[in-house]
Design a protein around this ligand. Structure first.
Ligand code: PEP
Ligand code: MN
Length: 339
């Protein structure tokens, strides 16, 4: 970390900064320029961040040299981590298809979607029982009954399940049943929830927030890792831009940038990114070609009557066709698939 002093900073100001660094167990290296004096800080950078530098007399600004995340950074952990969801390894070695209903609506609907996911080559089932809806009048999910249905879908097909939590109070019972807990885009900076899943004994999928930079996304992941849970999968699901022709703008470059920065697996949810059925397959193919570790796709047998996100859900036969296409593309790219 470097503290840049104002041109009019006095010797007493400079000494006060150096003294503050020493009081935090660090060392201060003062370098006097013709206009500005800069002070290099050596020591525990995380602790130095507690200091209100800009409020100190004579301080102009502070530059952080290191990254604001450590545990999830690739720097200290060059090889990519593989996170096991049930028996399915998610990582760079094999490409994974995750599919299932956006929301669990009934036993029949969830079972049809689960079987369609499995038939299409998915090795992880998605399905939600707590839905973070924009409108309070929209379907909010079946809650614990939905979890029982998902557990039944897993018994029937052997697919491990990923389920979203929207509140700290849901973490214990979702962690008990699900194979992976998901934090959705709207809660991706709910720091209390991040801390809570950091204590859970299950892998966590962390979606990118609607208006989150890649750096903020990795800092959110750091909250989870810092509490002791390093089984984290990142999921790019589109960000909000000025472009209204898709629900969100799929940021594949952000996905690749995240992969370069972190050792954690990074996957893509094209369904929530585009919001339109006919655009899901092209973006799923693009995600695989760009190096994503998995894709996560919404499936529904009767999208017109779906209680959540029908316009983006693939019909079972469309899911089957996409699974086949992804299999062929993966083979052409020399990327084995999880089967
Ligand atoms: C979902 O996957 O169903 C979901 C709610 O996604 P997001 O949090 O990305 O909007
Ligand atoms: Mn959805």
């Amino acid at each position: 970390m470097v503290v840049v002093m104002r041109a009019d900073a006095t010797e007493a100001d400079i000494e006060a900064v150096a003294e503050r660094v020493r009081s935090y167990g660090g060392e201060a290296f003062v370098s006097r320029g013709t206009v500005h004096t800069i002070i290099g800080l050596v020591g525990d950078t995380e602790r130095f961040q507690e200091i209100a530098w800009k409020q100190m007399s004579g301080v102009d600004h502070v530059i952080r040299v290191g990254k604001p995340y450590k545990m999830v950074a690739r720097d200290l952990h060059p090889e990519t981590t593989t996170v096991k969801v049930g028996t399915t390894p998610v990582g760079r070695e094999r490409f994974t298809i995750i599919a299932g209903p956006c929301a669990v609506e009934s036993e029949d609907q969830a079972m049809i979607a689960t079987k369609a996911a499995k038939a299409a080559g998915a090795t992880i089932l998605r399905g939600d029982v707590y839905k973070p809806r924009t409108s309070p009048y929209s379907f909010q999910g079946l809650g614990e009954r939905g979890l029982e249905i998902l557990a039944e879908c897993r018994r029937e097909t052997g697919l491990p399940i990923i389920v979203e939590v929207v509140d700290v109070s849901q973490v214990p019972h979702v962690a008990e049943v699900a194979d992976c807990i998901r934090i959705g885009t709207r809660n991706s900076q709910n720091f209390e929830l991040l801390k809570e899943v950091g204590l859970a004994n299950k892998p966590v999928m962390l979606k990118r927030g609607l208006a989150m930079t890649v750096e903020e996304w990795l800092q959110a992941a750091e909250y989870i890792a810092q509490r002791g849970n390093s089984e984290i999968i990142l999921c790019e699901r589109g960000i909000r831009t000025f472009e209204p022709s898709t629900r969100n703008t799929l940021d594949l470059a952000g996905m690749a940038a995240a992969q370069a920065e972190t050792h954690l697996p990074v996957i893509v949810d094209p369904s929530h990114a585009v919001g339109k059925r006919h655009l899901v397959a092209p973006m799923a193919r693009a995600a695989l070609a760009a190096g994503a570790d998995a894709v996560m796709i919404d499936v529904h047998h009767d999208p017109e009557h779906a209680l959540c996100d029908g316009p983006q859900a693939l019909l079972p036969e469309e899911m089957a066709a996409l699974g086949e296409e992804l299999g062929r593309l993966a083979e052409a790219l020399g990327r084995p698939m999880n089967r």
